[in-house]
Design a protein around this ligand. Structure first.
Ligand code: SAM
Ligand code: SF4
Length: 390
């Protein structure tokens, strides 16, 4: 089924009757509170100033904020659960605040959201979590989004433990590629860093993804004292598969905020560890769909290494991404707790136009940056990546 046209989704006379000509989100807000569905997660005072909503989809602008940044990339979390518990992401006994089943968006709700996001200018969607492959029937969600929405590319970030069984059905359902997280190639260390993970399953998952033709990238969080002696090996492993490795600086979010800062390695530290394998003169700016900067191999092979540098060289000025948690909160930034709940707008009977306007509004006031290094700002430390969607 194709996406509805903007006009088909425009407000009908019934919408106008139901919501009134201006500020329909206030109506939704009231409906939510009558049904005891909170519209905002926190800091509700910030949300007093709902602006009037345009009357139809034709008038919904593509997602931009007040600083002119345009949003084209959605990271959609499908679960906050995981079969691993990486030391920088998940507490040893798992998150206490896991969503209950009824709190998770259904696949139909998630696909509806994506179709509205696509009308508002989102071109690429990344499914994430927690671990997206632990969500039951995840292949059906990929299929729904692929068939029902007009996004150009649907990809996933995964720990790959279940990928050897799922790579083929996911590709057949419309998945284009996977970013696979792997922090070490040593089985014992892998077990320690992930608190119980089996490296063999991840390696099998990587090969399965490549065999079925998914685009694959490998993501590593460099951790001093844990995997810093393996960075060259990880790069060579990735290159031997024809895959690009990327290093993500450890962020002080959730469990990551509890690790000693001496474990953090920035992009320069990693480049030093990689020595003359990389040609520094080939540094790119932010490129492609995400925030990674790339350096090419010095041997002229054309292979590359990516660096994602939220700490040492923040890319907030060019941010093009918006996040939705598994519970349906839209978050303009990883570091922000400000969140409108889109799931509750749907469950309170909101129209697609209400959703689109909530999206536009949520992003319009996005902060300039993340303030991770601001010693007076600790908001981001309370919620880990697995709850927000990494
Ligand atoms: N479970 C999947 C996985 O591990 O790829 C998807 C979700 S995970 C939260 C997404 C990415 O976030 C992973 O690459 C992980 O290494 C990264 N991550 C988690 N916590 C982080 C932190 N505190 N700092 C930097 N990266 C983090
Ligand atoms: Fe799970 Fe991914 Fe977090 Fe590791 S980084 S605990 S695999 S969600």
């Amino acid at each position: 089924m194709g996406i509805q046209s903007r006009r088909e989704r425009g407000s009908t006379p019934d919408d106008v009757k139901a919501h009134g000509p201006v500020d329909p989100l206030q109506t939704i807000s009231k409906l939510c509170s009558m049904r005891r569905l909170p519209l905002v997660e926190s800091r509700s005072a910030v949300y007093d100033d709902w602006p009037p909503r345009p009357d139809d989809f034709e008038a919904i602008p593509h997602l931009r904020d007040s600083r002119g940044r345009r949003y084209t990339y959605l990271r959609l979390s499908v679960t906050d659960r995981c079969d691993l518990a990486c030391v920088y992401c998940m507490p040893p006994s798992g998150e206490e605040d896991h969503a209950l089943r009824r709190e998770l968006m259904t696949f139909e709700e998630a696909a509806r959201l994506v179709s509205v996001f696509a009308v508002a200018g989102i071109r690429r969607v990344r499914l994430t979590g927690g671990e997206p492959l632990v969500r039951k029937d995840i292949v059906r969600l990929v299929d729904l989004i692929h068939r029902r929405t007009e996004v150009e590319q649907l990809v996933m970030t995964t720990n790959a433990t279940r990928l050897s069984e799922l790579a083929l059905p996911l590709r057949d359902a419309g998945l284009f590629g996977v970013n696979i997280s792997i922090d070490t190639l040593d089985a014992e260390r892998f077990n320690e860093i992930t608190r119980g993970g089996d490296l063999g399953r991840v390696l099998a998952g990587i090969h399965a993804a490549l065999d079925v033709g998914l685009e694959v990238k490998l993501n590593t969080v460099p951790l001093r004292g844990r995997n810093d002696d393996e960075l060259v090996r990880i790069v060579e492993f990735a290159w031997s598969l024809g895959v690009t490795p990327r290093f993500i600086e450890l962020m002080p979010l959730g469990e990551g905020a509890k690790l000693p800062s001496s474990m953090r390695m920035n992009a320069d530290d990693v480049m030093t560890a990689l020595g003359d394998r990389l040609c520094k003169a080939t540094a790119t700016g932010v490129e492609g769909h995400g925030p990674a900067r790339y350096l090419s191999a010095s041997d002229g092979s054309g292979q590359r290494v990516g660096f994602i540098t939220p700490i040492s060289n923040e890319f907030c000025d060019t941010c093009n991404r918006v996040r939705v948690t598994a519970r349906g909160d839209i978050r303009a930034c990883l570091a922000s707790r400000r969140a409108v709940n889109l799931r509750n707008i749907m469950r309170a009977g909101g129209s697609d136009l209400d959703l689109a306007w909530a999206m536009v509004w949520s992003l319009s006031g996005k902060d300039r940056g993340h303030y991770f290094l601001d010693t007076d700002e600790h908001e981001h430390e309370h919620v880990g990546m697995s709850l927000i969607g990494g």
